[in-house]
Design a protein around this ligand. Structure first.
Ligand code: HEC
Ligand code: HEC
Length: 219
């Protein structure tokens, strides 16, 4: 191979790697989606997605209820992505901005994940996940892992089965009260999960339970 051919091979390989990486990114980060949604979308669509945000009665068009059943059934992730991006036409009006002008693809993916959370989670967030994000990094990563998969560094030296918080089907089985109880008191005598009632305030515990819910992917 001459150097031109080697460079072409390198180019093709790195292009392929890039494609694989961006496929992974496409999974979407529900927490990032929560942050973006609450910077913009809530203004019209409302905190819970029902179309009742503070701007909703100030504009002519009907703001879509994002949690509506038919919308859930009809829209694939891809379609939802493009509706938000503005590359396919939505509804009848033109009040809804073309978010592709302001947001990058991976950010829109994250918003899709959060919209799925609004549609599919059986449990509302009990507290403020931005409070919880810091608590999680400070107190929980060592066992549960940065992304919540239950694979923190301590699991390599201590025998434990730290819960995986990324599985939305599993997480949906647990009401907030149960998660809050476990975080507050731990599981004494049963596992290494510590209780946090002496270290964390009620606000921090509700916050970290909210953050955990957003580690799941609801797509
Ligand atoms: C200024 C108000 C406003 C904001 C902000 C806004 N929307 Fe909308 N959105 C609307 C309106 C109004 C509609 C109804 C369709 C139309 O008029 O185009 C809509 C429709 C939609 C639809 C399409 C539903 C369908 O069945 O066609 C989706 C999905 C959506 N919005 C998601 C979002 C997301 C995600 C954000 C934040 C990134 C957002 N919207 C921000 C006003 C808004
Ligand atoms: C020393 C390791 C360790 C630390 C630190 C830790 N956990 Fe755990 N956690 C565990 C283990 C082990 C389990 C599994 C308990 C069981 O199955 O009985 C668990 C279970 C849980 C559960 C139950 C979830 C389920 O799906 O069953 C929640 C919620 C939880 N942890 C939240 C947290 C939070 C929030 C923090 C930080 C404030 C934290 N954990 C810190 C080890 C830990």
């Amino acid at each position: 191979m001459n150097s031109f051919e080697i460079n072409s091979v390198k180019f093709i390989v790195s292009f392929f790697l890039l494609a694989v990486i961006s496929l992974n990114v496409q999974a979407g980060n529900t927490y990032e989606g929560y942050l973006l949604y609450n910077q913009t979308c809530y203004l019209c669509h409302g905190d819970s997605g029902k179309g009742d945000g503070p701007l909703a009665n100030k504009i002519d068009a009907d703001v879509t209820d994002l949690t509506d059943g038919s919308m859930m059934k009809d829209a694939s992730d891809q379609r939802l992505f493009r509706l938000i991006q503005g590359t396919i036409k939505h509804g009848s009006g033109d009040t809804m901005p073309q978010w592709g002008l302001a947001l990058a693809g991976p950010q829109i993916d994250s918003i899709v994940s959060y919209v799925r959370f609004l549609q599919r989670s059986k449990h509302a967030l009990p507290g403020d996940p931005t409070v919880g994000a810091q608590v999680y990094i400070d107190r929980c990563v060592a066992c549960h892992g940065r992304l919540g998969k239950g694979d923190g560094i301590l699991t390599t030296v201590m025998k434990m089965n730290a819960a995986d918080h990324t599985n939305s089907m599993e997480m949906n089985k647990h009401p907030n009260s149960q998660l809050i109880e476990i975080v507050t008191n731990g599981t004494p005598g049963k596992s290494l999960m510590p209780g946090w009632k002496d270290k964390l305030s009620k606000e921090e515990i509700d916050g970290v339970v909210s953050y955990i819910r957003l580690l799941s992917n609801y797509r």
